[in-house]
Design a protein around this ligand. Sequence first.
Ligand code: ME8
Length: 656
Amino acid sequence: MQNKKFYVTTPIYYVNDLPHLGHAYTTVAADIISRFKRLQGYDVFFLTGTDEHGQKVEQAAQKRNVAPQEHCDELHLRFKELWKRLNVSNNDFIRTTEERHKEIVRQVLQVLFDKGEIYKDSYEGWYCLPDERFWTEKDLVKGNCPECGRKVDRIKEYNYFFKMGKYQNWLNEYIKSNEIVILPSNRRNEVLGFLNKELGDLCISRPKERLKWGIPLPFDEDYVTYVWFDALINYITAAGYHKDEKSFNHWWPADFHLVGKDILTTHSVYWLTMLKAVGIPLPENIFAHGWWTVNGQKMSKSLLNVVEPNRLINEYGADAVRYFLMREVPFGLDGDFSHEALIGRINTDLANNLGNLLNRTLNMVQRYFNGTIPEPVGDNDMERDLINKAAQIVQEVEKLLECLEFSKILVSIWEFIDATNKYIDSSAPWNLAKSEEMRGRLSTVMYNALEALRTIAILLYPFMPEKADEIHRQIGMTEDSLSQEMDSVKKWGGVKAGVSINRSEQLFPRIDDDRKEELLKKLKGESMEESKKETQENKKEDHGSSADLNMISIDEFAKLDLRVGEIKEAEKVEKSKRLIKLKVNIGVETRQVVAGIATCYSADELIGKKIILVANLKPARLMGIESQGMVLAATSGDKITLAGFQDEVTLGSRVK
Ligand code: ME8
């Protein structure tokens, strides 16, 4: 018999910037569901990917002086690499610039056009450039974009529209009937509230002269499709729509679209009406999770206070990061990130509760049985209680999984970890070991403690695949039962007596106070939140006021945005004795800078040098080449020496 299928998706992320904690959050959550479902015997299709068309991406490429495709080819890898480091087990990674996707988008557009679902009309509205969305007058909040609060521009143009409005009543009824489940329930109410207002038609195109980086409409090549109409279709492209009927019929409809609350409307209104209009069945569930802030402030790609997951992985390890994200905040609610909270979780939950349970159990098996797992000899109420507790927890976990209550699942697993620690405490193996008569009882206790650890490893596997594997290996399990069905966790007695344990290094070393202080200093030093705020404030100020003063105030000095950069490329400017064109990486982006240092440096010797860049200097053109900043150097007579650093520095750090 064919396994039951399960299809889960994440949003496809914009490649206008590097992946951050928010992207990692949704993707790790999807990974956890996928791993659980695989344990439960489901045939799983887990899709993630990148959204590569549109103005934001085009602008990001322009800023880096590369072609949009080149930019996407580079940036999408940063997502792929991160998912690999985070042990994300996606089955497919879709890019909207792939042929397989563009083809399906054009087909869907043609189908809708032929059905009369798309029409051309003139449109005048308020356009938010960063969000690439039109808003009506009444949508605006204090004259600004209702979603991001930024300035909007009045734009009039001809465009193509999808007749979304006509589906308003149908969608309202459909959601109310619970045929599609929108979770958490407050989000469902939000969508219904949105549908109480008049639903207009959806502008699905941009004139090519305004946006080049998009998929041309099949029925009018002067237009490209609007970002959402392109992006949402990825979910059916990857499942095989119009290409592989067998695959599509197997996977579609999606079981869960996981999204952040920011894109709930696009998924529950645009996407559902689009599918209805084409005649494709609708997905089963949409889950809109909450928003991570950092120290209470909004984290976004356009601000510099983003938490970079790679740094977290470097310092804490992938599994600790995965655990923290799922444990700290109930899925669906907003949460605030702090290193202190993460370190707290590592020390308490991971090192103390879980790590100690493993260590003490293995140490005792080593000491009392020379590292060989003993055969249990009978049982008593204590064992029966432990086994019942395990069965109860497994049941709870499976139930909580249905509503993606990750945090509660972990609370339940930790209840069992505590119960096992208590079982050991009450059984006091150290006393049993004192008398030969109690040898049988000691064997039973140690065996059951190991078996409890086996159960814990399986339940933790979706959250912390590497560490769960490690527990499994250390308790002497050789075959790959972690990827076996959930059923194996329901059968007590999987641990093999007579087999050797494999004690090795601590699962989660504690982060002591000294190390914590060191880490916080290092990581917070890397945070550029403060400097970004200053940069923004500086923009508002009058730049010319102190031109005739020799002394400057600290505030004036603070206007300078000096950054640590690394020279990635250097090329002498033809016909110039002095100028060299540099590509300087300042962490969040690469700048092109023209520097007058060719009399003292060859292009080759500059590569890899860490320098100081004035990052908020107005761009200037030198011999027709744009320079986006200035490198600092000391000059003495003819000699020019670049300013740099004596110790290791992090790219993009502020120099003050
Ligand atoms: O919206 N907290 O892409 P995107 C929690 N391309 N989650 C966050 C977050 C935060 N602070 N920031 C981002 C797009 N996310 C479109 C999607 S789908 C067909 C097209 C996560 O790069 C969250 O999942 O802006 C959010 O919905 C998504 O990243 C937005 O990613």
